[in-house]
Design a binder for this molecule. Sequence first.
Ligand code: MIG
Length: 665
Amino acid sequence: MIQKYRFGTPFETDACVFPVEETQGVPAFGTVSTENGFVFSYTMLDTDAVYGLGGANRGINKRGYVYESDCSDNPNHHEDTRSLYAAHNFLLLSGSVTAGLFFDYPSFLRFDVGYTRSDLLTVSCAEANLKLYVITGESLEEIVHEFRTLIGRSYIPPRFAFGFGQSRWGYRTAEDFRSVARRHREAGVPIDMVYMDIDYMDAYKDFTVNPENFPDFAGFVKEMKEEQGVRLIPIIDAGVKIEKGYPVYEEGVAWDYFCRKADGELFQAAVWPGYTHFPDVLNPEARAWFGEHYRSLIEQGIEGFWNDMNEPSIFHSPEGMSDALETMRGMVEAGSVDVPIYLLMEKLGGLANSHADYARFYHKVNGELVRHDKVHNLFGYNMTRAAGEAFDRICPDKRILMFSRSSYIGMHRYGGIWTGDNKAWWSHILLNLRMLPSLNMCGFLYVGADLGGFGCNTTRDLLLRWLALGVFTPLMRNHAALGTREQEFYQFENPEDFAHVISVRYRLLPYLYSTYLRAALEGRMMFRPLSFVYGDDEIARGIEDQLLLGDEVMIAPVYTQNAAGRTVYLPEEMLFVKFLPDGSISTETLSKGLHFVRVALNEVPLFLRPGHCIPVAAPAQRTEEVDFAHLTLLGTPGSSFTVCCDDGIGRDYEKSESWKVLTME
Ligand code: MIG
């Protein structure tokens, strides 16, 4: 059951699509105060768990810390980081009450989940203008299902998006991209996509390509696809470069589609292209206009994009910079070398992504001006929505790959997300794993992290271990920052180990693709915490480094350095499956309980639940070559799996002919 409570005059976020009547009063549990902003409080029992918050930091069970919805371009995902790129304001209480809570509020929101006082949950924001949805049901899964019905069907990418993609900030010329594809082939590593980071553009101008490096871009896109079997996936940034004669800039100005300040001047934000204007994607007309610009790249053969910098990220504004310069000038004029360094650092460090800048510009929504900071968390959502809505016009019969960095619930209908600028840290493998079920609760199914780590220098063993998790994540991409150690597989010794791990992804493609589609079509989670299924098992309830995948599989990747394997807890008897480097598959039945399992760096482990089976394909070099017609079943004889055999690009997954039941002999 879904109950909707309204407080004050909420901003319409379009997060929800399923109509729900308003309930008067307040929720049956917890207390609500609207005296000083909005505060929801709820007293938790020691045994209560709190799930949700999508792309937030830390554990699957959110208890014991504080999180903030305040979409931030913050590449430091430390344990104490309170806000990352997303605002997914959905909580799932499990224990004394079993209920979902969605706080539909587009600005800064604070979730204190037993941080200030260990038994107290408080959710608070500055203005009591929001909708609160309370969802109750028999089980955690049922509540998630209800919530997913409320927010609408998750985005479904094309099948090639389930292949492996290679990325690196710094690829620039056609030859850079060619050689990435070629060297993967030479090393026998399957690959479907090479990502184009900002350097493919002309002076970082959205929807342009560098004319010297790509004199015939359409021809190059075609060559890569036909000769190398690889699709190019360009990045699009939020800010539009201020430059006379650049059509996107000229149109935005002429049609009044950029964000303005209170004095009517266009707001300027320095990002990669230098000073830019932000397209006012909250204004439906501006959104349609910005989305229309993806058309030219699609017409040149592009079939997928990633949207970046859409928190929106700001290096500095002219106002912020002049204020900082003023401070420094004062210091210089004082003529002393004894300057308060902390003040200087605070000024300069505070230039980027400042709340002061977010309060400097406005959106025009239904003719009314809305200050950006009041709706800050909706920007990435609406930039990606601009693209998604445009794709439906540009190519209604074809699925386009789209994922974003920043997001709000509702955006899950238009694209997936990647989890931003993580680091080559072992702990970030675990963070990657822990986010998966939380994101799924909030509707985000096409998700993945930068495998190997974006920042810092990766190591061969870290990359291999991370990939053995990435084999299961819908978005499987190796991506790294400019200036870090090169981390394409062929940079390391024995690239055949990488080739093998990636090949397991392609062997599991029919399984992963079908499981994804079922989760999207049925409004279910692809990844679940063990507690959702084995809630009566005290050990299983506390497990934060293993997940269930679909109904069939449990994953338990190795995430520590120099480990020969790991300890895994089996809440029931399972089949321990390993994909071995010689292409064979080992199986061993393990009893319920704790086990130490050996897993070499070049092996991929999974666990199969009794009474189920999964399809395994022959190895392939790209998604198109995966043979869905000849699948081997692995698991319990007599069990069945239903595989999706649509064309991978249109909407045939809706048709029952696209689904085939396979039964294991
Ligand atoms: O300020 O485009 O998260 O994936 O490589 C950095 C360059 C901008 C941030 C993205 C990252 C991308 C990088 N971008």
